[in-house]
Design a protein around this ligand. Sequence first.
Ligand SMILES: [Zn+2]
Ligand SMILES: [Zn+2]
Length: 410
Amino acid sequence: MPETKPERRTVLVAPAWPYANGPRHIGHVAGFAVPADVLARFERLRGSRVLMASGTDEHGTPITYEADKQGVPPREFVDHNSALIVEDLRRLGMTYDIFTRTTTANHYRVTQDLFLKLYEKGYLVKKTQMGAFDPASGRTLPDRYIEGKCPICGFDSARGDQCDNCGNQLDPIDLIDPHQRGSDAPVEFKETEHFFFDLPQFGDQLKQWIEQHDDWRPNVRKYSLEFVRNLKPRAITRDLDWGVPVPLPGWEDNPHKKIYVWFDAVIGYLSASIEWAAARGEPDSWKDWWQNDDAWHYYVMGKDNITFHTVLWPAILMGAGDLKLPDEIVASEYLNMGGKKFSTSRGQVIYVRDVLERYDADALRYYLMIAGPENQDTDFTWSEFVRRNNDELVATWGNLVHRTLVNAHR
Ligand SMILES: [Zn+2]
Ligand SMILES: [Zn+2]
């Protein structure tokens, strides 16, 4: 009988990048971390050539806002939080091949190269819009950091993005007596010029591509097709002094305009692969994953990140033209507590590091895989966590392993 050599698959495992705003809680790692690590270990065991590449996502206004509140520069804030996240993931037993950051020189270069490629191909359009600024710092104010009277129902503390009283979506400029959230500091509106990624140019291609993937989980297809139905040009730059510089004359040296964080963050999968290849002395080997139709790409995330991976990142890849599109999108539902989402601000949270002070990483990993939010939102309870571990992991599996080892020894 002729021997068939199994094909050695080339596999990218791309876990979503944790945002560098604090330590990870168990809801986070139920989505991006543990399922990705199980997948990577499984693929390695079956002989695949696996690259699991990720890092911390470190730009954007939530970072500058929190850093300002703590009175530290954004760089110091993300250095601190990136280190905390690395420690959480290390203790959780994650086997990343590379875990880097979006603040590296390599990431800036790869992001700027892609920006220029899309620009040269006519996928970026320039537009003028009204932007909201803090007159004291000159910084842009995100919609949700602006408050005022609702122009529709008169509610006193409507937010710039919506009114929680009447539920209407708002524009900050429509608010009566707008001021900054949590203070009486004024808001200034002025015209500002930005680049937009012309997503509608990719609408048909995206729709066809998503519809082809009938193997994706229903939640993934549903969110993605809904998003694709209403594609609008999406701002790719913003008024902020923290981010990747816009690589164009007149923009590059402007300290107040940067590339929008959503764009640079999704490029991390590619830039991390390039960094990994360079670090092992084979600088072109990233192409085996990204310019090879036989490679297989898994993206792993919580459901709040689906459309970044099924619409926005694929549109960038389609625009670039010579990079591989995602194959499998593994999106978890939410892990909740008492029926509510984990929330750091409300103190409704269980940190990974606190669980790992008392339990083995395998206990948490086992629980998240066997009882985690794979197909529906799932409530975490300590009693279920303990029961699963004692009854299943220790009693059933532990006994099986013990008996097998004893028999093997005889
Ligand atoms: Zn209202
Ligand atoms: Zn107010």
